[in-house]
Design a protein around this ligand. Sequence first.
Ligand SMILES: Cc1cc2nc3c(=O)[nH]c(=O)nc-3n(C[C@H](O)[C@H](O)[C@H](O)COP(=O)(O)OP(=O)(O)OC[C@H]3O[C@@H](n4cnc5c(N)ncnc54)[C@H](O)[C@@H]3O)c2cc1C
Length: 611
Amino acid sequence: MTILSSFFKKASTAFNGYSSYSKLLVVCTLSSGSLLAYSESQPDVSTHSVEGDQSESKKKKVVVLGTGWAGTSFLKDLDVSSYDVQVVSPRNYFAFTPLLPSVTCGTVEARSIAEPIRKIIKKRNGEIQFWEAECTKIDPSKKMVSCKSNLNKNLVGNSEFSLEYDYLVISVGAQVNTFGTPGVMENCHFLKVLKFRMQELEDALKIRRTVSDCFEKAVLPGLSEEERKTNLHFVVVGGGPTGVEFAAELHDYIQEDLVKLYPSVKDLVKITIIQSGDHILNSFDQRISSFAETKFQRDGIEVLTGCRVISVSDKEISLKIKSTGEVCSIPHGLVLWSTGVGTRPVIRDFMEQVGQPIEIAEWMSNVYPIIYARAFVFQTDRRALATNEWLQVKGCENVYALGDCATINQRKIMEDVATIFEVADKDKSGTLTVQEFQDVLDDILVRYPQLEIYLKNKHLRGVADLLKDAEGNERTEVDIEGFKSALCHADSQMKSLPATAQVAAQQGSYLSRCFNHMEQSAYNPEGPQRFRGSGRHRFLPFQYKHFGQFAPLGGEQTAAELPGDWVSMGHSTQWLWYSVYARLIGLLLLESRFALIVVVNGLHINEFVLP
Ligand SMILES: Cc1cc2nc3c(=O)[nH]c(=O)nc-3n(C[C@H](O)[C@H](O)[C@H](O)COP(=O)(O)OP(=O)(O)OC[C@H]3O[C@@H](n4cnc5c(N)ncnc54)[C@H](O)[C@@H]3O)c2cc1C
C-alpha cells in the first residue's frame, strides 16, 4: 500500500458515516488517464497581434515568465485591474512538484497534480493573457522579451513573437544539473525538467512506464538470472529529498504491488542510492539522515555514499569511490538522476547582459584610496540571477526574479555600518548612545535581518547587550569603532534561501502584494528607513518564513525538521506531512480541481478545500 493511498483509506475510515466528507476523500484521483496536454484552443500569437494590443493599452504592462510555484502564486493574488498582464510559459499547467515522486509509482495520477493555467486565469475574468511559448531572450535595454512557441510544428502560423513590458517578472525555475557527466542526458530519467524538455509530468509517467517495462522484461523466458537482476536494478543518483523520496516510494510500490504481480522475480529486485556526500539527506538534521539510512538498511535499499558518478551508459553506471579513487561499474535497469539544479540558458544569457554593478571603491580603498569607480561584474559562474531583498534584479529596476531561477543578495550590515552610524548619531557628537542606537534598531532589524538571527543565536536581549565591551561590561555610548565591533559578526548569519516551492510561493505572494500597493507606496512608503539615501524604502523587504522540511521515507514513515530545531520522525510525522501539503495546495489553488483536500491535524479536520 503506497503512502497516499493508505492515507486516503485511513481518512475514509476515520470519517466513515460522514457521506459528504467521504465524497471529498478522493484527492488527486480523477480517472486513470495519461497525461496531459491541455488542449484548450490557443489564441493567435503572431507578433503583430500581440504588439497591436499592447500599443492600445494604457495600463502598465506586466510580463510574467513561467507558470510554476513562483509565477502562479504571483498571478493568484495580483490585482489585474491595475495592470495589463501577459504570461509566457511552455507549460500550460501548474504542477504540484512535491507529489511528482508519487506519480512515478502510480500513487497519484499525473493529471491530478496539474492545474491548467487557463483555468487559474479564467477566474480573473480573462484579464490575464496566456501564451504557451518559451522566452528565448530578454532584452532589458528595449524592455522586450522574445518568445518561441514549441507547439506542434504542423500547425500553421508564426511561432515567434516578442512582447514589450513595463515590468518583467522572471520565474522560469531551474533545470536539472548533470555536471557535464557523459551519458546522463541520454540514459537517465529525471523529475526535474531538462534543457530542451519542459514536461516534468511526462517524465514522471515515463518513469512509471519504464519501471513496469523492467519487470515485464525480467520475467520474459530465456533470460539468465544476471540479466533479470540487471533489469530489476533501480539506481537513484542523488541522496537529497527528491532522490530519497523516489527510492522510498519505489520500494513501497514494488513490495506492496509489483511483487504480487511478478512473484517469480521478487527476490531479484534491488534499489541503490548513490550519494557523493557522506550521508543521504545531508541538508537535514543529522538525526534524520541516520534515521533514513537505518530505515533503508532495514528495507534492503543500498546506500552508496562518498561515490561520484563519472558516466552512464544504457546498461551500466560507472562511479568513482572518492576515498580510494577506485572506479567500478554497476549494471542497471533504470537510473533516476536527481542531483541539484542548474541555470536555464535564457537566464544565463540575461545574466551576461546585465552583469552586476559593484562599487569597487570599498575594496580598493585600502590599497588605492583615491580610486572610486563602478565596475560591472558578470555572474556567469553563478547558479541564479542575483536580486536585492525586494526581488528586483540588480541593475534592472523594473525586472523582478523569483523562485529557483533567482537568489537574493542580502546586503551586509558591515557594508553600511558607517552610514548607519552617521544616521543614528542625531546630535552629530561622534558617539552613539544606547538610546540613539535603539531609535534606529527596528529599521536595522528589518533591513538587515541577519542581525536579528545573530541576537537570537547569541542570546542577546537588545542594544545594551550588543554594545557590551570584550570583557562584558555595559557601555553607555560607543564611537564608530565600538559600533563596528558590536555588529561585525552579524553578517556571518546570512544564508541563501533554498530552491524550494515554499520559497518560490512566498516570493510570488510577496511580489503581488508589492505590485498591488505600487501607487500607495509612492506617497506612503511602508519599508524601513534608508540608510544610504533619504526617506524610507517603498516596501518591506522580502522575508522568508520557514515552515520546516519533510522527507517521506516510505512505509508510512516521514522525517521532519520543523522551526525551532524540532525534529520528528515516524508514523505521526506522516500525518503532519499530509496536513502541510494539503494546506500548501489549498493556499495556492483554492477551489481547484484537486478536488479534495482534507487537512488533518491530530484527529481534527481543520480545513477543506472544496472543488
Ligand atoms: C520531484 C520534485 C519534488 C519536489 N519536492 C519539493 C517539496 O517537497 N517541497 C518543496 O518546497 N519543494 C520541492 N521541490 C522544489 C520545487 O518544486 C521548486 O523549488 C519550485 O518548483 C520552484 O518554483 P519556480 O516557480 O521557481 O519554478 P518551477 O516550479 O520549476 O516553474 C518554472 C516555470 O517556468 C516555465 N519556464 C521554463 N523555462 C521557461 C522559459 N524559457 N520561458 C518561460 N517560461 C519558462 C516552466 O514551464 C514552469 O512553468 C521539488 C522539486 C521536484 C522536481
